[in-house]
Design a protein around this ligand. Structure first.
Ligand SMILES: *Cc1c(COP(=O)(O)O)cnc(C)c1O
Length: 369
């Protein structure tokens, strides 16, 4: 059998950067700047520039950044936030952590992103915000969401955890909503050597309050104005992220190369390939294809050493934790169908052409068999 192709190969990314990362970590140790500190401050400046935004704040995860984003918008018990049922659960956690209710609307079949046409009828007097996701690295329809939010005087938050550097009509995500949140979980497009996240905004007042909430709700040490958290980014992670950020543009172009090659090689198979909406540049966090025989295809890839993963097998409205919301199968049919059909193929910047060809060959074998 040919060499297996891993779903993700973090070693391949780390290897050429190892000396630089070792030096960055050593500097943090020498400084003893373990929580926030100068490397985090520098990374925050650089990441804000990368996003084309005024302020970026390091958090200890994308989930905590999202949580604080909801707090900044005053989301509390009894409130509603309109969001997508087809994402990683952390998007909804942010709402639940505030005692508010996630109000789901279905997704667009082509892009997997929240369908803006469905937002308006979900708005009630309790709606506090809209929280869509740039899923798999592809921007949601920012203009459509922004227009509805403007009309109803609602803020919106970009969950950009999968979309570092993605572009909507030429503009980098992260600066398009009232707030944007990123994850630096190791498998994300920009990953720490551990956990990390960022909250990005152009609003100085929101940034100042986010900074306080991140650090126990205090601006003056040992004086606490509101209930805060320990959500600080570690100094070591800031140092690592500073090194990696310099390579992110190149990595995104490599992901685009992989996506283009898959499109060439898989274009004549029965798979439904990812569609990038006009005007969008995906960050290609994932390369997620669709087919009704997903389970069989998955088994075939497994048996032939081709890494793969299902994002996501169960939409959020059907998760046990959200049973109290009272949803039924059929409530969001587009998301449910996507959950049955989706399969993510190997996607990372270091994927070689031989590996891509091997993936394509096995997929073609499946449809011949
Ligand atoms: C990864 C992810 C998060 C959470 O980020 P963590 O850093 O793992 O807490 C939130 N939303 C989406 C869409 C994600 O993919």
């Amino acid at each position: 059998m040919s060499e297996p192709v891993p779903y993700l190969d973090l070693r391949a990314q780390l290897k050429p950067l190892r000396a630089e990362i070792d030096a960055a970590i050593a500097r943090t140790l020498d400084n003893c700047s373990f929580c926030l500190g100068p490397d985090v401050a520098q990374f925050e400046k650089d990441f804000a520039v990368f996003c084309g935004a005024q302020h970026a704040l390091g958090f200890n995860s994308g989930t905590s950044a999202l949580h604080v984003a909801m707090r900044l918008l005053g989301v509390g018990p009894g409130d509603e936030v309109i969001t997508t049922p087809y994402t990683f659960i952390a998007t909804s956690w942010a709402i639940s952590y505030c005692g508010a209710k996630p109000v789901y609307v279905d997704i667009d079949d082509a892009t997997f992103n929240l369908d803006p046409n469905l937002i308006e009828r979900a708005i009630t007097p309790r709606t506090k915000a809209v929280l869509p996701v740039h899923l798999y690295g592809q921007p949601f329809d920012v203009d459509a969401v922004a227009a509805i939010c403007r009309k109803h005087k609602l803020p919106f938050v970009e969950d950009a955890a999968q979309a570092h550097g993605a572009k909507f009509k030429g503009k980098t995500v992260g600066s398009l909503g009232d707030i944007a949140c990123f994850s630096f979980y190791p498998a994300k497009n920009l990953g720490a050597c551990g956990e990390g996240g960022a909250l990005v905004t152009n609003n100085a007042a929101l940034a100042a309050r986010a900074k306080a909430l991140r650090e126990h709700g205090s601006t003056v040490r040992y004086h606490h104005d509101e209930v805060g958290y320990n959500y600080r980014l570690e100094g070591i992670q800031g140092a690592v992220l500073g090194v990696k950020l310099k390579h992110l543009g190149r990595w995104t172009r490599e992901r685009q190369r992989v996506a283009d090659r898959y499109a060439e090689l898989l274009g004549d198979t029965p798979l439904k390939l990812p569609v990038v909406a006009a005007g969008n540049e995906s960050a290609w966090h994932l390369y997620t294809v669709r087919h009704p025989r997903r389970e069989e295809l998955k088994k075939f890839l497994d048996a032939n050493g081709i890494g793969n993963a299902v994002h996501y097998p169960l939409p959020l409205h059907l998760q046990k934790v959200y049973a109290p919301l009272g949803h039924q199968p059929g409530d969001f049919p587009v998301a449910e169908k996507a959950a049955r059909e989706c399969l993510s193929l190997p996607m990372f910047p270091e994927l070689t052409d031989a590996q891509i060809q091997r993936v394509a060959a096995v997929v073609k074998d499946f449809f011949r068999s």
